[in-house]
Structure formats: structure tokens, C-alpha cells
Design a protein around this ligand. Structure first.
Ligand code: NI
Length: 258
């Protein structure tokens, strides 16, 4: 079974002690690609460095809404430079987070728009974080002239799916879809078109059952795929095949950039 973890943070300090072992376990578990997603300038740089070291690791570069307040024109210039790396396949993670509000909302909106514009200019898809901000996120994507992307760890519920699909976006499902009480997420897993679904870990966070409460890692993406398969009443092989192909199509792993 070939799987893709479409959202990981392997550069985070939680993996400092055993990063190589974790990456080897991912390979043994059948992962054919991992998208390591930057959250600020340093982590975007680290994502590119990891992609240099491992053939099946790719990178997204961007500044998370939590850190929007750190973004200056110079930071955007550095991101543009980092995005030229041949294994940078997306801008992310970018978006809006009105749950934790770690940066002022107007600043989050400005920085989201700036990074959306950068992605459109570079012809890259986006990895979007949206937490309790779905109205503003979808409005920003509505106005965007770029080439698609994914709403990662999708939390918009089944009722927003139609809008997301109309925008041409995919959704990423993660560990919470395995949680006993996550009926809404399983409804999303059942209702989303199979060609718009990605699976992800968001490791080290959002660990799926049966490892909930411990550190997450890319190999556990299979538990997410299994939960999606159960929700849809199909085989996990079908979900693996579709989500792996969807990720390849969206992130265009093999293309060579000029
Ligand atoms: Ni993330």
C-alpha cells in the first residue's frame, strides 16, 4: 500500500532525538512522499534542508497565521527565494486562526493575502490552515487567482464542503477523524469527493487512535486512511490509491522547476 503524508512537521524539536528513525519507519510503512510544511522562515528553511536529504520528502514554505505578526517585506522576499528550491512544491502553511488569535486578525488577513499572491505569482498550490475562520478564509480564496490547494486538517464540517469543492480545493483529513466522538469529521470523510481527499498527520500533533496522547509521526497516516475507508465503506487500499494520486496531482512532485 502506497501512502502520502500530505502535512508533517518533521523539522520540529519533538523529532530532534530520533528524526532519522522516524523517517525510516515512514518508508517502511509504505509512504512514498511526505510534504514537510514550514510554519515560519526558520522552519521553511529547515523543510528545504530535509527535502535535500531524503528523496521522498518535499517541502512547503510559508508563515503560519500564528506568526503573521513577524512578516515584513524582507520575510516575504526570503520566502520567494526559498520557494525556488526544486523540491518546494507549495506555499504553506498559511491562513487564518481566530481560535488562538496569536497575531491580530487584520495582520493575519494581510499576510494571508500576501502569501496567496506569492503562490499565484510562482504558480504554486497553497496549504491552508483555517480555524474558526472559515468565512474569511473562503472569501480570500474566492478572490484568489491562483492554482488551487488544500484546506489542511479540515474542520469546516460537511456543510461547507460544497463551497470548498466549488473553489477547486481539496481537503486534508488527519488524526481527529479516528476519534470516537468525531462524527462530523467522519461525515466529511464520507461525503467529500474521493478525488479531492488527502490524508495527513500534522505530526507531531493530532495523533490518531490507537496512539492518541503520544507523539504523532508520518507512519501513523495509515490509521487516518483506515478511518476514512471505514467512513466511506471502501477498502483502505482504495483510499490509499486515491489520496496518493491526488497528492501527486496537486503538488506535482516530479516536475522540474526552471
Ligand atoms: Ni501544520
Amino acid at each position: 500500500m502506497r501512502l502520502v503524508d500530505s502535512h508533517a512537521h518533521l523539522d520540529f524539536p519533538q523529532f530532534d532525538a530520533d528524526r532519522e528513525v522516524v523517517i525510516e519507519r515512514a518508508r517502511e510503512a509504505g509512504l512514498v512522499a511526505i510534504l514537510n510544511v514550514g510554519t515560519d522562515l526558520a522552519s521553511s528553511r529547515a523543510a528545504g534542508a530535509l527535502a535535500d536529504r531524503y528523496d521522498f520528502i518535499y517541502a512547503a514554505v510559508g508563515v503560519h497565521p500564528h506568526d503573521a505578526k513577524t512578516v515584513t517585506p524582507a520575510v516575504l522576499e526570503d520566502l520567494r527565494e526559498l520557494a525556488r528550491h526544486p523540491k518546494v512544491v507549495a506555499i504553506g502553511e498559511i491562513g487564518l486562526d481566530y481560535y488562538r488569535d496569536l497575531s491580530p486578525r487584520p495582520v493575519q488577513r494581510r499576510v494571508f493575502a500576501q502569501q496567496l499572491a506569492l503562490a499565484a505569482e510562482l504558480g504554486l498550490p497553497v496549504v491552508v490552515h483555517s480555524r474558526e475562520a472559515h468565512d474569511d478564509v473562503l472569501a480570500a480564496l474566492q478572490d484568489w487567482q491562483g492554482g488551487g490547494g488544500v484546506l489542511h486538517s479540515y474542520s469546516g464540517g460537511p456543510e461547507r464542503l460544497e463551497e470548498v469543492m466549488a473553489l477547486g480545493f481539496s481537503i486534508g483529513l488527519s488524526g481527529p477523524v479516528t476519534f470516537r466522538k468525531a462524527h462530523r469529521l467522519r461525515a466529511v470523510a464520507a461525503a467529500a469527493p474521493l478525488d479531492r481527499l488527502l490524508v495527513e498527520t500534522d505530526c507531531p500533533y493530532l495523533t490518531p487512535v490507537p496512539y492518541r496522547g503520544r507523539r504523532n509521526e508520518p507512519a501513523y497516516v495509515r490509521y487516518v486512511a483506515e478511518a476514512v475507508a471505514r467512513a466511506r465503506g471502501v477498502s483502505v487500499e482504495d483510499v490509499a490509491r486515491a489520496t496518493t494520486e491526488n497528492a501527486r496531482r496537486l503538488f506535482d512532485w516530479m516536475s522540474n522547476k526552471p
